[in-house]
Design a protein around this ligand. Structure first.
Ligand SMILES: C[S@@+](CC[C@H](N)C(=O)[O-])C[C@H]1O[C@@H](n2cnc3c(N)ncnc32)[C@H](O)[C@@H]1O
Length: 273
């Protein structure tokens, strides 16, 4: 075998490798809840009196949670739904951003959005940041995983990843033309999440744009100390921002089906003055 053969084999392997952006562990979690529920209900039929009541109640609770999570979050493992969310994110950018310059993805995970932007916009230089803490590694979120995806998608040169917290990023003020985040803000542990918007806006150059995709239902809004979406938009607008707006998944044509709409997911965007 000569060096050329080795190269060709390497390339062949690279061609058949596929990127992975899903959340396998969610699937196992849902399956475990449903299986646990069914087993408990079966035991309730076999047992008598108190044991039967206990197993019955436990079974109904586990089964209800399993079905609820399946209907509201099951989409995170459906490749077509993930593609749809990625495509629509790029659509949100097309009208507001020229497509060149530095891009930051806060809480990048496996680089799903960072890599999509690098693919769609050939003049963009993208940096994905994440803490990739132990808990998230269980969900398959690792820096190596993000780098592997970028390599498979052939954007490694324009899409890099670094370990940093979105709460305090080691970049200069105004360094980026675009700041994005996808399903990460609600996961970041901080008493008032508006600091995440402040950090995103600090890093934007004047005229730069941010697009944050996340759930914004009532309980999520509380973490921004806002009662409703207009109040959050007003807060964001006061941070040297114009055109702050929220486009729900429904308005953007992202139909994840079943109960996913209860989280009121969508894109909150704006332009730094
Ligand atoms: C639900 S995942 C979203 C990942 C990715 N953006 C996506 O759309 O698939 C949430 C991510 O937020 C990251 N995260 C949590 N706290 C963070 C922090 N303080 N700074 C940066 N990332 C953080 C987690 O490590 C995880 O990768």
């Amino acid at each position: 075998m000569n060096d050329n053969d080795r190269d060709n084999r390497g390339k062949l392997k690279e061609n058949i490798e596929k990127p992975y952006y899903g959340y396998r562990v969610v699937k196992y979690f849902i399956a475990a809840l449903i299986a646990g529920g069914i087993v408990s209900i079966a035991l309730a039929i076999v047992f008598t009196t108190w044991s039967s009541i206990l197993c019955g109640v436990l079974g109904v609770i586990l089964l209800s949670f399993g079905v609820f999570w399946h209907l509201s979050m099951g989409w995170v493992n459906v490749p077509e739904k993930i593609e749809l969310v990625k495509d629509k994110f790029s659509n949100q950018l097309e009208n507001v951003w020229a497509g060149n310059g530095k891009v930051l993805d806060m809480g990048t995970g496996l680089g799903r959005v960072a890599i999509e932007i690098a693919k769609q916009f050939p003049e963009a230089q993208v940096v994905g940041v994440d803490t990739w803490t132990k808990g998230w590694k269980l969900f398959g979120m690792t820096k190596a995983g993000a780098e592997r995806n970028a390599r498979i998608e052939n954007v490694s040169e324009r899409c890099t990843f670094q370990t940093d917290s979105a709460l305090d990023l080691p970049f200069e003020d105004g360094e980026f033309q675009l700041v994005v985040s996808s399903f990460a803000f609600h996961e970041i542990n901080v008493s008032d999440r508006t600091v995440l918007f402040k950090e995103a806006i600090r890093l934007l150059a004047p005229g730069g744009v941010f697009v944050i995709c996340d759930p914004f239902s009532g309980s999520f809004l509380k973490a921004y100390k806002a009662k409703n979406m207009p109040e959050l938009l007003e807060k964001v607008q006061r941070m040297d921002v114009e055109d702050a707006k929220f486009v729900s998944f429904k308005e953007a044509g992202v139909n994840l089906g079943r109960l996913a709409h209860i989280w009121e997911m969508g894109y909150l965007s704006g332009r730094k003055v």
